[in-house]
Design a protein around this ligand. Structure first.
Ligand SMILES: Cc1ncc(COP(=O)(O)O)c(C=O)c1O
Length: 376
């Protein structure tokens, strides 16, 4: 026993020596420039009240799913919600998963078969990479957002070909060139899979995501929608064809061998979807505030802030070693801002990751910019 613990301690000491040891922290009362609650739904009193009302209506359901959905765990609310999700996102069918992580693992471990080939953007989320590690297909990373590199690498393709991207990248905040990618996939008969974790709620006239905003829903084979971010809840859905849904119910181990979502989580999603169409002013506000912050920060010397059109901003300093002290100073001044260090991002790409929300104010944007200017 003690030798295992020693080995674990040694791994922790390695992280500590690199300055990258992760800690869990609780924070309260700081101005939120860090969470994924883009539209403020996780703290919306209107949503809370709606959920309460719905909970009364659905009292006849058990609180927990009580089993896998293939056994005791399925009920009408799952099926109704999946029909709503599919229609909302202009897809034929939807299947709920317990989180975005699980959806990616459940989709990517089940879909590509031995002999198939998967090409994924090198900046893809860990959950996509972990899903691929469970697949028997051949996998190749292509350079971030580089369609020419993907075209070159497609020469290695055998079997069914899949291309995996995020519509907006979780770390860099930039958009995938979905139009070019979908054209290339059509030309090469490849199935395009898009993780919409950071676009659901924010893009599209009603927050349907970037694929729908660009009118590409027919071109994309599967989309992963996650609900822990702009929808303020928990869980995820894969949307695509009815055949894909039936296939995942039969072959996706992350769907089959787990207890379904609890009733509360389903009702929270049902209610969030009823509020989503009316949140266009919030969608516009968060983008306008993010633009202001981007422009202000790029006027400061020694700082580079990217990208231009995103609510996820990265602030790079000349010295990455200054990121943690700067984040600490900002936190002491009341701003919840976190540094993102290697290995979460590749060495040399360490940054402060700022997330702007519809509930942030212009004063908070100005205050943060002033605090960063002073702290650098
Ligand atoms: C692109 C992307 N996909 C999937 C996930 C996982 O989603 P969840 O938090 O619902 O597990 C995240 C969250 O970090 C993400 O950023």
């Amino acid at each position: 026993m003690s030798s295992i613990l020693n080995k674990l301690q040694q791994k922790l000491a390695e992280r500590e020596a690199q300055g990258n040891l992760r800690h869990l922290k609780t924070t309260t009362g700081l101005v939120d420039f860090c969470s994924n609650d883009y539209l403020g739904l996780a703290r919306s009193e209107k949503l809370r009240a709606l959920i309460k009302e719905e909970e009364e209506k659905y009292r006849y359901l058990p609180m927990g799913a009580t089993g896998s959905r293939l056994l005791s765990g399925n009920h009408l609310l799952f099926e109704e919600l999946e029909a709503t999700i599919a229609a909302y996102h202009k897809a034929e069918a939807a299947l709920l998963f317990n989180s975005g992580y699980t959806a990616n693992v459940g989709l990517l471990s089940a879909l590509p078969q031995r002999g198939d080939t998967v090409f994924y953007d090198e900046a893809s989320h860990a959950s996509m990479k972990d899903g691929l590690r469970l697949s028997f297909a051949k996998t190749y990373a292509f350079r971030h957002n580089d369609v020419a590199d993907l075209r070159q690498k497609l020469k290695h393709a055998t079997g069914q070909v899949y291309v995996l991207v995020e519509s907006v990248y979780s770390m860099d905040g930039d958009q995938a060139p979905l139009k070019e990618l979908s054209e290339l996939c059509r030309e090469q008969d490849a199935a395009l899979i898009v993780d919409e974790a950071h676009t659901v709620g924010l893009y599209g006239a009603k927050g349907e995501g970037l694929t729908v905003e660009l009118g590409l829903e027919e071109q994309v084979f599967a989309r992963v929608l996650t609900y822990g971010k702009a929808l303020g809840g928990h869980g995820a859905a894969v949307v695509g064809s009815q055949v894909l849904r039936d296939y995942l119910i039969n072959y996706s181990r992350a769907f089959i061998y787990t207890t379904g979502l609890p009733t509360h989580a389903l009702l929270a999603l049902k209610c969030a979807y009823t509020l989503l169409p009316e949140l266009t002013p919030a969608r516009e506000k968060v983008k306008a505030l993010a633009k202001q912050l981007y422009l202000k920060l790029n006027k400061l010397s020694g700082i580079c802030c990217t990208p231009a059109d995103s609510v996820i901003l990265s602030v790079f300093l000349e010295e990455a070693a200054q990121l943690k002290p700067l984040a600490n100073t900002l936190q002491q001044q009341g701003f919840d801002v976190r540094p993102v260090m290697s290995p979460t991002v590749p060495p040399g790409k360490e940054r402060l990751r700022l997330i702007v929300h519809a509930f942030n104010t212009e004063e908070q944007i100005t205050g943060l910019e002033k605090a960063i200017a002073k702290g650098t």
